[in-house]
Design a binder for this molecule. Structure first.
Ligand SMILES: CC(C)(COP(=O)(O)OP(=O)(O)OC[C@H]1O[C@@H](n2cnc3c(N)ncnc32)[C@H](O)[C@@H]1OP(=O)(O)O)[C@@H](O)C(=O)NCCC(=O)NCCS
Length: 133
């Protein structure tokens, strides 16, 4: 199996939905449920990186950044059949390498991946996140 990596916003939203489904993310991604919203969220992100097994999308990451000070990573997800093979780390490293000097944050909906991020030298912050309700 040869995994290839792409830096492109052109990803069929259905493939992203299939990937999200494989990791039970559809409920968490309520606002991104429709293909149109997904396509728009990816189009409006500055960085979109993906991993492929042939034509099958097996991993994505996207990020917003001011390119000088801060960057925020969203939605790192690896298809359930392809986890623990170094693909998540590669996407995360490649994303942060686009702007290696800025401060990178990861938007994480839960702490399940904390061990993964710690291995990549990211730690939980003391900053508080406020959400409009
Ligand atoms: C978390 C996730 C992105 C990790 O991607 P991955 O491709 O499976 O991880 P990698 O194979 O690159 O792992 C890199 C290292 O982290 C470790 N690791 C991976 N997932 C881990 C976890 N959940 N807890 C602790 N360590 C973990 C691996 O064992 C590996 O360690 P090693 O370098 O000592 O071998 C992936 O499992 C995933 O998509 N999970 C579901 C969605 C999710 O939680 N995304 C996070 C966004 S908040």
């Amino acid at each position: 199996m040869k995994i290839t990596y792409k830096s492109s916003k052109k990803i069929n939203p259905r493939q992203i939905l299939d990937l999200y489904k494989s990791i039970n993310w559809i409920k968490n991604s309520e606002r991104l449920k429709t293909g149109r919203s997904i396509a728009s969220a990816y189009q409006n992100s500055q960085i979109v990186l993906s991993a492929w097994d042939g034509k099958k999308l097996i991993g994505v990451i996207r990020a917003l950044t001011d390119k000088k000070v801060n960057g925020v990573i969203f939605g790192l997800s690896i298809h359930k059949d392809y986890q623990k093979q170094g693909i998540g780390k590669k996407l995360l490293d490649n994303c942060m390498a686009k702007y290696p000097k800025i401060r990178w944050y990861v938007w994480a909906g839960n702490s399940k991946a904390e061990g993964f991020y710690r291995k990549s030298k990211l730690k939980p912050t003391k900053q508080i996140l406020f959400e409009r309700k």
